[in-house]
Design a binder for this molecule. Structure first.
Ligand SMILES: [Zn+2]
Length: 109
């Protein structure tokens, strides 16, 4: 995987993904991304986005169930299916995707 900004080979790393969703802080541990050692750009593979979306969805569902917010689970899942990818991509664009180091991120997918 080459960095699209500076052309260096990117390194595959695992990092936690955190973002607030409807008042809950959702954390997905160890998502796989590629990081550029030169300019610190981050590339998020498609599978990682899917995986993360699935995990976020599962956690939200669990929380919502615990609080009695869901009556029709299947309908809820279907709606979430449509939203989750968009949510994550927008979260990334808004800079909700943070790493340990406070770096200006260039994120592409
Ligand atoms: Zn780079």
């Amino acid at each position: 995987m080459r960095c699209k900004y500076c052309g260096r080979d990117m390194i595959r790393v695992k990092t936690p993904f955190k973002r607030p969703v409807k008042g809950e802080m959702i954390t997905v541990h160890d998502i796989e991304v590629y990081r550029c050692p030169e300019c610190k750009a981050v590339f998020i593979p498609n599978e990682t986005i899917k995986h993360t979306g699935k995990k976020v969805g599962e956690k939200l569902l669990k929380v919502a169930k615990e609080r009695g917010r869901i009556r029709d689970e299947k309908e809820h899942l279907r709606q979430m299916q449509e939203q989750k990818q968009i949510d994550i991509e927008e979260g990334i664009k808004r800079g909700e995707y943070k790493k340990k180091e406070e770096m200006p991120l260039k994120i592409f997918t």
